[in-house]
Design a protein. Structure first.
Length: 246
């Protein structure tokens, strides 16, 4: 209905402009014809763009299948997965359920606010459990400028979710990278940060979280060198990501 009202307002504005030009303004015949044609062209272009945008939104909404959504009484986290999300889902699947939560695949930045709006309508009880995860796989990006533009479009889409939830949903960025050549760890580790005050934390399976400083010191000389190299490699990754986020 919002698209219909927008089109009606555009058509009404065009009719009023023509009414003023043809009925009230003391213009010559040539000026009236020129201005009338200009109004018609501008209104026609605006209506065409609005129709294209409406069709794109309708297509995005049709791709949202309610069978992929979590049940109304779901107790876990609901995560809208954006960005480089294809490796996180089985081919052809649009959702993934784990012990930690319910992950929903988001096609592109245009679909994110539409999915948020749809969830607020059909699953209003889950609104407080929804967050957005921006998945980043740097090795898939060969152009820094293209990556920056994609990142900004996702950031704008997250802000647009405020209209559906009344607030901007929590956003967390997850980056997957191949370990550096100096890594000798048998198990992969997660580097996490919530705020500048707490700094970077290191999560190891079955061992919990420790600070990055403690992690680099809690092993022998060979392992310490490996972990120190990983810390320097991590600094480079964070600097690259921060530069592209600006």
């Amino acid at each position: 209905m919002r698209d219909v009202y927008r089109s009606l307002l555009t058509a009404l504005a065009g009719v009023l402009a023509l009414w003023l030009i043809l009925g009230f303004w003391p213009l010559s015949v040539g000026s009236r014809v020129a201005l009338s044609l200009l109004v018609i062209l501008v209104c026609g272009a605006m209506l065409w763009r609005q129709r294209r945008a409406s069709q794109a939104r309708a297509t995005a909404v049709r791709e949202i299948v309610d069978e992929n959504l979590p049940p109304e009484d779901f107790q876990g986290a609901v995560i809208l997965v954006c960005g480089d999300n294809s490796p996180l889902f089985v081919s052809g699947s649009r959702h993934r359920e784990t012990r930690q939560g319910w992950y929903l695949w988001v096609k592109d930045a245009e679909q994110l606010p539409l999915l948020a709006q749809h969830l607020s309508l059909v699953r209003p009880a889950l609104a407080s459990q929804i967050s957005v995860m921006l998945a980043v796989v740097p090795e898939q990006h060969t152009s820094g400028d293209d990556f920056t533009q994609s990142l900004r479009s996702w950031q704008r889409a997250v802000v647009q979710c405020r209209a559906a939830f009344g607030t901007i949903p929590p956003l967390w960025t997850v980056t997957w990278v191949s370990p550096s050549a100096a890594c000798v760890e048998a198990e992969p580790v997660w580097f996490t940060t919530v705020s500048q005050r707490t700094g970077i934390q290191v999560y190891q399976p079955c061992q919990g979280n420790v600070s990055l400083t403690e992690w680099t010191r809690e092993t022998g000389s060979d392992g310490c060198l490996s972990r120190l190299s990983q810390g320097l490699w991590l600094d480079g990754l964070l600097a690259w990501q921060e530069q592209r986020s600006q």
